[in-house]
Every structure is written in structure tokens, then in C-alpha cells.
Design a protein around this ligand. Structure first.
Ligand code: PLP
Length: 275
């Protein structure tokens, strides 16, 4: 299995992680997960663009530009003959003696590897169960950083309750899921949290909003309350590996009739056409 290590493709067991890598000690780095359908990366340029933005926001200087990175990832997919799966891409600020400020002279470390993964067909068809929990993360959720402890704890909370996703709220306002964006349908209108510092600006979220526009479904980027979740006509979450997954219950309470709704189905079909 080939991996990308800085500016070359190599075998996984040929490289090692330095114990003083800042990704390892501080979560000082950024990442992306890119979906591959039938050998083709989906929304690759959008992911690379977000990767570059995340780098800029944490003041990490990437060693090479967009075109080269895209080329390496395409090469990696081809070399590993990946058909359906994901590419994980990460940049760390590099290895240096442990100290909080940016180190002098450390070189960023880029890695990427592929993983085979089927589409989540059962969840797409039948929907998922969610639980509601407090959003305890920091205030720059728009940066896709390696600091994922808030998301890890939220997802574990969900798993321990037999759920597939945790829906997060700040003071009663729904922000997003632990690894997804959240959409609510009420009276034919789609609602989702605005793309500000409190959520990750999901690429699947953007594709969904665009699809809604084309389907003539009005979409408002407005925060909604946790109470409104329980009065929703439909609810779904979006993400690179989750696609558009209907949410059929929250903390054991059915969303509407407890089955995926017609607008969710319409958007799933529109999404399917794009992949
Ligand atoms: N929100 C969070 C916190 C995430 O971690 C993710 C994806 O990992 C998303 C939303 C969905 O983003 P995307 O559609 O770009 O995968």
C-alpha cells in the first residue's frame, strides 16, 4: 500500500512518525477526508481549497501548491487502485523539541493514504439514530484541525447510547454533528446553521445547498433550536462519508413518523446524480 510522505510516494512501513511531531503532541496540524467513487475523487479541488484555507488560518506554510498536491493524490489513488473509499490527507507543523510556540526551522510533514470503504447504503436507506449533546469544542470549528477531542467525546457519547451521530448545541442552538452538518426541514423549507466560526463549512453541506436550489427547495442558513428538532418534518446530516443520511430519531424520540422524508429523498437523488 503506497502512501504520500511529503513529496514522494512510498510504502507505509518505510516511514516513521517522530515522537516530537507536533501533530502527535499538540494536534498542531490540519486534515481532509476525500471520498473516492469508482476511482475518481469527489470535489477534490474543494477539499484542497479548504485544506489550504485551514493551513492559512493556523499559519502553517504548506511546502507546495495546489496543483502538485492534487497530482500526488491522483497518483496515490491510481497506484493503490482505489475504487470506492477515502483519501486521508494531513499536514503537521513538523517535529521539534516540545515547546508551545511555533518552532524555528521545523518542516511541515504531509502524509496521505487511501482506505477502501463502501457507501453507507443501509444508513442512506433506513436513516440513523442521533443523540443530542452539548457542543464543548473551541470557537474556530471552521478550521479542520487535528484537535478532535470534542468530536471524539461526542461520538463516543452517541455510540454508548446506541446512536450513530451526536447532534451538538450551544445554549440550545444546534451547531452541527460530531462529524457532519445538520439540516432540518419544516413546512417545505430547509434550515442549516450559517457557515461561520461555529461549524465546519462542509463540502457535502455546500453540495446539498446547491442541489436544493436546483430542485427549487428554499434553504435558509439560520441556526435553529434544539426544541425545533423535535417538531421537524425531516432531519438529515451531511458529510463526505455520511453523504445525506436521514435522521429518524433523537434520543429515542421519532423525528415526525420516524422514517426518511420526501425532501431528504429528493436531495439524496440529486446528490447521487453528482457522484
Ligand atoms: N462537521 C464536522 C465537525 C466534520 O468533522 C465534518 C466532516 O468530517 C463535517 C461537518 C462534514 O464536512 P464534509 O461534508 O466536508 O465532509
Amino acid at each position: 500500500m503506497a502512501i504520500l510522505y511529503n513529496d514522494r510516494l512510498t510504502e507505509r512501513d518505510r516511514i516513521h512518525v517522530d515522537i516530537e511531531d507536533r501533530a502527535y503532541q499538540f494536534g498542531d496540524g490540519i486534515y481532509e477526508v476525500i471520498r473516492v467513487y469508482e476511482g475518481r475523487p469527489f470535489c477534490l479541488s474543494e477539499h484542497i481549497q479548504r485544506f489550504e484555507r485551514s493551513a492559512e488560518e493556523i499559519r502553517l506554510q504548506l511546502p507546495y501548491g495546489r496543483k502538485r498536491l492534487e497530482g500526488f493524490l491522483q497518483e496515490l489513488i491510481a497506484k493503490n487502485r482505489l475504487k470506492d473509499g477515502t483519501v486521508y490527507l494531513q499536514a503537521s507543523r513538523g517535529a521539534a523539541p516540545r515547546s508551545h510556540p511555533f518552532p524555528d526551522g521545523a518542516r511541515p510533514v504531509i502524509i496521505a493514504y487511501t482506505q477502501e470503504a463502501p457507501r453507507p447504503l443501509q444508513f442512506l436507506e433506513q436513516g440513523i439514530q442521533a443523540t443530542l449533546t452539548k457542543d464543548i469544542r473551541w470557537l474556530r470549528c471552521d478550521i479542520k484541525t487535528l484537535n478532535l477531542l470534542g468530536a471524539v467525546l461526542a461520538k463516543q457519547y452517541a455510540v454508548e447510547r446506541g446512536c450513530q451521530e451526536a447532534i451538538l448545541h450551544r445554549d440550545g442552538r444546534v451547531t452541527e454533528g460530531s462529524a457532519t452538518n445538520v439540516f432540518l426541514v419544516k413546512d417545505g423549507i430547509l434550515y442549516t446553521h450559517p457557515a461561520n466560526h461555529l461549524i465546519l463549512h462542509g463540502i457535502t453541506r455546500a453540495v446539498t445547498i446547491e442541489a436544493a436550489k436546483e430542485e427549487g427547495i428554499p434553504c435558509r442558513e439560520e441556526a435553529f433550536t434544539t426544541d425545533s428538532l423535535f417538531r421537524a418534518d425531516e432531519l438529515f446530516v451531511t458529510g463526505t462519508t455520511t453523504e445525506i443520511s436521514p435522521v429518524i430519531s433523537i434520543d429515542g424520540r421519532k423525528v415526525n413518523k420516524g422514517t426518511p422524508g420526501p425532501i431528504t429523498r429528493k436531495l439524496q437523488q440529486a446528490f447521487e446524480k453528482r457522484i
